[in-house]
Write a protein that binds this ligand. Structure first.
Ligand code: MN
Length: 201
């Protein structure tokens, strides 16, 4: 499937005359694939966890956000593929539009695919299809291994996002609460809302 086909859902849910979100464009891939976690203060606050895979951002909504504690299992509900351009989107999605609310880039950086099956590397797209993904994140807030595991399929498909028990694990950190700002702009959700009210970004 081409990126354009994968992004059909994304395009259909949005009116690009109304939302400041990017329409799917050419999608410039970086040298290394990236991950991004976007804090999304919508009707229910959540964190969108996205991994660049074959020209799109594979996406999961994580209500409680990622943890740095390997004992914490965080629910991750898959959402539609997003365009690569979405990775640096911050702003306010207006009332009445899909995902209405405020978005900031909570963390981002390159990642490495660590997924293996019987000792052999599994390509990312296959790992996502099979529901077993292991990645190494090199973000500003999130570092080290994370596992994404599907535990329910069908209409209510659901996954768990769990920190691997490695040298970057730290049960005492709680970055979702202690580091709320954007890693791109240093702004909080409130800062972005205030800027939008003044007609800016
Ligand atoms: Mn969201």
């Amino acid at each position: 499937m081409s990126s354009k086909e994968k992004l059909k859902d994304y395009q259909e849910k949005r009116d690009f005359r109304r939302t400041p979100e990017p329409a799917a464009g050419a999608g410039k891939a970086a040298d290394r694939p990236i991950f991004v976690v976007q804090k999304h203060a919508a009707r229910h606050l959540h964190y969108d966890f996205r991994l660049e895979v074959e020209g799109v951002l594979k996406s999961w909504a994580v209500p409680k956000g990622p943890s740095t504690d390997p004992k914490e299992k965080r629910l991750a509900v898959p959402t539609e593929d997003h365009p690569l351009e979405y990775a640096d989107f911050e702003g306010v999605i207006p009332e009445g539009e899909y995902g209405a609310g405020t978005v900031l880039v909570w963390d981002t950086g390159p990642y490495r695919n660590l997924t293996e099956k019987k000792g052999k590397p599994v390509p990312m797209e296959e790992a996502v299809t099979h529901g077993h993904v292991k990645v190494w994140l090199e973000g500003k807030k999130l570092k080290g291994g994370y596992a994404l595991t599907r535990f329910r399929t069908g209409k209510d498909e659901a996954w768990l996002l769990v920190k691997a028990d490695d040298e970057e694990a730290d049960a005492r950190r709680n970055p979702v609460n202690t580091e709320p700002e954007s890693v791109l702009s240093g702004r909080t959700i409130e800062d972005i809302e205030a800027a939008a009210k003044k007609g800016g970004y």
